[in-house]
Design a protein around this ligand. Structure first.
Ligand SMILES: C[S@@+](CC[C@H](N)C(=O)[O-])C[C@H]1O[C@@H](n2cnc3c(N)ncnc32)[C@H](O)[C@@H]1O
Length: 428
């Protein structure tokens, strides 16, 4: 690694700006780069990768430095995790630092407490210990410290997966077919894919394989009425529209105008014409109430802690807390209840999060079913098997970076029964 003093100085400033983590790390860095337009592509990559690397290993790094400063964290990270040689740092590091740095190489990670080894904060380890043995927590934590692959979804309305793979390989982009998703391609490096003609022409989108599987679980058909209740910037909406062959009506609901606006250029590229974007004030918006009982399929990609995406968003373990999980849980239950009201008898709903905490997942489903006996639970593995996708995680879909090389995802599939039992009051 070739490091220059000005590059290291800039990295220290970036880390200082980042570490209070008042906003998502990617947004802070984006702003930092906007405010430092003279930084070249190589410096930007170095700064972004280093900053994210420090967030991934922050607990261990804070443990091994004498005093926690952006500069000491940077030095410790470079030496310990990037194998940077002290000679390469001589022009920049102070004499006292050059003396101190060799000692950090000797600190053994395996003799640290579980939270440091797993790089998960104490509150999270405590929660996990309720349902996972320590060895599993450690493996999960280690898998979340790795970087995620760049996953693509082929827009099968515009291109065939094999053709896209061939084109990528011809352009010297190393890629392979995904193991689970029938429309997925995994890249083995991180090229600037958003400038590639396949991306610009709408033939590919960036999407984690786990997200793609949620679309296949919902399995919307041509001509159906479908809702993506928490559509955001529409990653899953676009997949659902494709599975519907652009036929039928697909509503993209969300409370965030900004996120829905980000869906618009993607929609244009996709060639889909069956998507109706609707901003709602909240889950109880009148627009939702008016559509009650009209939908064949509903996806609830609920707002969640995002802990399953720590490979991409390592800052989330610092931005979430035991208290934020309590608040999210109440929101998730309320959204699920409102979204379920959209379903026709016989309709299907998929509730999903990118979290591995039962509070946001199984507990939400159990509470919902206790209050709504007119909904049955369908077996996710069987539903996927019907589409020749083999992921055997039982009645719930539970994906993890450790086992499936995807983000951590949870999904449950509910079906509204066709003939609902009459309510007792109707007999009185
Ligand atoms: C996990 S993200 C969705 C990501 C999106 N489905 C995708 O594939 O890109 C959750 C979304 O829920 C939205 N949200 C939060 N509260 C909501 C509510 N009460 N009703 C509907 N959407 C809500 C957030 O704005 C956010 O876009």
């Amino acid at each position: 690694m070739h490091l220059t003093p000005s590059q290291l100085d800039k990295a220290v400033i970036a880390i200082r700006t980042l570490l209070p983590l008042e906003y998502p790390a990617d947004a802070i860095l984006r702003r930092f780069f906007q405010e430092n337009p003279k930084l070249g592509a190589y410096d930007r990559t170095f700064i972004a990768e280093t900053a994210f690397g420090i967030l991934r290993h922050r607990l261990f790094l804070e443990h091994i430095v004498d005093s926690v400063t952006p500069r000491s964290l940077l030095l410790a990270y470079l030496v310990r995790f990037q194998g940077v040689n002290l000679r390469e740092l001589k022009a920049w590091a102070r004499e006292s630092e050059i003396k101190w740095l060799p000692s950090i190489k000797a600190v053994k990670i395996v003799s640290q407490p579980l939270s440091i080894q797993a790089e998960l904060p104490d509150w999270l380890v405590e929660k996990l210990q309720h349902f996972m043995p320590d060895a599993e927590i450690l493996n999960l934590g280690l898998s979340l410290q790795k970087t995620a692959s760049l996953d693509l979804r082929v827009n099968t309305l515009l291109a065939k997966r094999e053709q896209v793979l061939e084109e990528l390989l011809q352009d010297d982009i190393r890629a392979e077919l995904m193991p689970f998703s029938p429309c997925g391609i995994r890249l083995l490096d991180k090229p600037a894919i958003n400038r590639h003609p396949l991306f610009l022409s709408g033939k590919i989108e960036v999407q984690d394989e786990g997200s793609q599987l949620l679309g296949y679980l919902l399995a919307p058909k041509r001509g159906e009425m479908v809702a993506d209740f928490c559509a955001g910037a529409g990653g899953k909406t676009l997949l659902l529209g494709t599975l519907m062959h652009s036929k039928g009506r697909l509503y993209a609901f969300d409370v965030s105008e900004k996120r829905l606006n980000n869906l618009k250029p993607r929609l244009k590229r996709s060639g889909l014409s069956n998507i109706h974007i609707q901003r709602i004030v909240n889950e109880n918006d009148l627009k939702i109430k008016r559509l009650s009982g009209k939908f064949d399929r509903v996806l609830v990609d609920a707002p969640c802690s995002g802990l399953g995406t720590l490979r991409r968003n390592p800052d989330l373990k610092w931005r979430q807390s035991a208290q934020s999980i309590v608040e999210l849980k109440a929101k998730q239950a309320s959204i699920l209840s409102a979204a379920a009201g959209l379903l026709k008898p016989g309709g299907r709903l998929v509730y999903a999060t990118c979290s591995f905490l039962p509070e946001e997942n199984q507990e939400i489903i159990a509470d919902f079913r206790a209050k709504n006996p007119e909904f049955n639970l369908l077996n996710c593995s069987e539903l996927l098997a019907e589409q020749r996708i083999t992921v055997n995680t039982g009645e719930f879909l539970q994906l993890s970076p450790l086992t499936h090389q995807t983000d951590g995802f949870f999904a449950a599939t509910l079906a509204r029964i066709l003939h609902e039992p009459k309510k007792i009051t109707e007999f009185l």
